[in-house]
Design a protein around this ligand. Structure first.
Ligand SMILES: [Fe+2]
Length: 350
């Protein structure tokens, strides 16, 4: 597959939630001939321009979705009303209410529908959940996650029957996702890496706002072979690399005199300790190192971990096992909030 080369990459400024990380040149997109080796070693694969030919058809829908997110961010109108107007005339989805989880300060609203087949309920409890991506008021990014059943009981991990219904619900509300969900070039590329037919589920629509973006995390879930993130409008920058390599960089960094962090040396001074430290979710010292230390960011960039996504690009993040998965962090770029769809990659049949 011939994907366009960008020539000399232009530098991007990484700034997130009040922290200035600096201005850096991103890595080149991936030549597809290398994709298999990268996939097997949990490295990110940047498929530059793979969605671009499909985008012009969806220009109007993309514009409307960006306007919808701007409105939701400003608090204009309830998400359930927006959903209802987008579903008008779609008899396969029957609105079945909305909830707000008082225990989750990031959640704005969860909008439910039931999937219908010839006036019979075929898939109950499909939902679209709108949330802020961060607790931090400096980050106005929004996301909408599509799934079904009980979130607390993690129904989506146990059941596959309703997944295609939740996938269709995502496309019914955000039809521009067709450019990614039903993109033959992208599907062929992913299925060649996976070695089997794929299903794109647990869909999330992202609206990353300037100065925002996701902090370092992984998407390692059972039966999820990876994630495909498609940039439909605007741009984002990514730090993405295998978990073990991230742990090596943590150990290397905290042992330099520059780090001046004896406490961190005890916590992450060897690759093994650093791997364990990455599992200590919520540890502020680790979070500060990973997400708020410009010199650490610079080290990751020097080692080729920075990628720049523009409209039409897709990024694959492979997942093989708990310690063999691609960790990643996102920085919103540009002056406007962007639009992207992110799908979990599953085998079509388990
Ligand atoms: Fe992710």
């Amino acid at each position: 597959m011939a994907l366009r080369s960008r020539g000399h990459p232009t530098k991007v400024t990484l700034r997130r939630r009040g922290v200035e990380h600096g201005r850096f040149a991103p890595s080149e997109p991936t030549p597809f001939a290398q994709a298999h080796a990268l996939w097997e070693s949990d490295r990110p694969i940047l498929l530059a321009g793979i969605l671009a030919p499909a985008l012009p058809r969806w220009r109007g829908a993309i514009r409307r979705t960006l306007a919808l997110f701007d409105g939701l961010r400003a608090g204009a109108g309830a998400p359930r009303l927006a959903a209802r107007s987008r579903l008008r005339g779609r008899t396969e989805f029957f609105p079945s209410g909305a909830t707000v989880d008082a225990g989750d300060p990031r959640e704005l609203e969860k909008v439910y529908v039931d999937g219908m087949r010839a006036k019979r309920f075929a898939a109950r409890g499909l939902y679209a959940k709108l949330s802020w991506i961060a607790h931090d008021e400096r980050d106005a990014s929004l996301r909408i996650r599509f799934s079904f059943g009980s979130e607390n009981l993690r129904d989506w991990k146990k059941e596959t029957r309703r997944a295609p219904w939740a996938d269709r619900y995502a496309l019914a509300l955000f039809p521009e996702g067709t450019a990614q969900a039903e993109n033959l070039r992208l599907r062929r590329a992913i299925e060649a890496l996976l070695g089997r037919r794929a299903r794109f589920s647990e869909r999330i629509v992202y609206n990353n706002a300037p100065g925002g973006g996701a902090i370092f995390h992984h998407d390692c879930e059972p039966h999820q072979h990876g994630v495909v993130f498609g940039q439909l409008a605007g741009e984002t920058a990514w730090l993405a690399l295998p978990k073990r390599e991230l742990a090596r960089h943590m150990a290397g960094f905290v042992n330099t005199p520059r780090a001046r962090a004896p406490a961190l040396r005890r916590l992450a001074g060897t690759e093994r300790k650093a791997l364990r430290a990455l599992d200590r979710e919520g540890d502020a010292r680790i979070a500060k190192l990973l997400d708020e230390t410009p010199a650490f960011t610079a080290r990751l960039v020097e080692h080729g971990a920075l990628f720049h996504l523009q409209a039409g690009d897709a990024l694959l993040l492979p997942n093989h096992a708990w310690n063999d998965t691609c960790w990643h962090a996102v920085f919103a770029l540009g002056r406007r909030a962007s639009l992207a769809h992110s799908y979990g990659i599953f085998a079509a049949r388990r």
